[in-house]
Design a protein around this ligand. Structure first.
Ligand code: 5GP
Length: 190
């Protein structure tokens, strides 16, 4: 997606060979027009997949997920990282090791919002080693729902997440595929 590639080239900051900072438009300050383009692109890619719900993980997946849900006309659920007093029912949950924070945490979704009749599109900001995606897949399976595919804003193709999802047979659509961050330079796969 050219507009996203351009934004990453111009405003992304390479923190190391492994980490790309995009807090100017995705992870802290958010560019709504770019999010709308991203949402439209995911909606087009998955238009014929029978999606009934979008699932993401708080906080950075929410903006692209909302725009996709708006275009597809389906609700968006974000898995919560912190237990809330208002979440009282038995939750669907999974543990996830955070790539950026390097801590393990539990993410959860209420079974009231996800049922066996749902066909789910997972949306997330980054795909690195795939821990967040695998946790969401586990939660969706616990609900008895099916996974239609994953829409990723930025995939770091040099890490293992994409290969694992491919091997499991999931459809993964990434709008920017980063081949390398070496030498402080972002190189794209295509
Ligand atoms: P994974 O679970 O696939 O290893 O990592 C994906 C999650 O870690 C994403 O939800 C994202 O929040 C975070 N993440 C992974 N790599 C990066 C990165 O290079 N930059 C930023 N800003 N977040 C990342």
């Amino acid at each position: 997606m050219e507009a996203l590639h351009k934004k990453i080239r111009e405003e992304g900051i390479v923190l190391s060979d492994q980490v790309l900072k995009v807090d100017a438009f995705l992870n802290h300050q958010i560019d709504p027009a770019l999010m709308q383009l991203i949402g439209n692109e995911f909606a087009t890619l998955f238009a014929d997949s029978g999606i009934t719900k979008i699932v993401t993980i708080e906080a950075s997946g929410i903006a692209p997920a909302i725009m996709t849900g708006l275009k597809l006309g389906v609700p968006v659920i974000f898995a919560r990282k912190h237990q809330s007093l208002t979440l009282t029912e038995n939750l669907l949950s999974a543990t996830v090791y955070s790539f950026t924070k390097q801590v393990e945490s539990t993410v959860a979704i209420s079974p009231r919002h996800l049922t066996s009749s749902d066909r789910v599109l997972i949306i997330d900001d980054f795909l690195a080693n795939g821990r967040a995606s695998q946790a969401l897949i586990s939660i969706i399976k616990q609900a008895g729902a099916s996974v239609a595919g994953l829409g990723i804003v930025i995939e770091k193709s040099f890490q293992g997440g994409r290969a694992e999802l491919d091997a499991q047979g999931y459809r993964v659509e990434s709008l920017a595929r980063v081949k390398s961050l070496e030498g402080g330079v972002v190189t794209f796969l295509d």
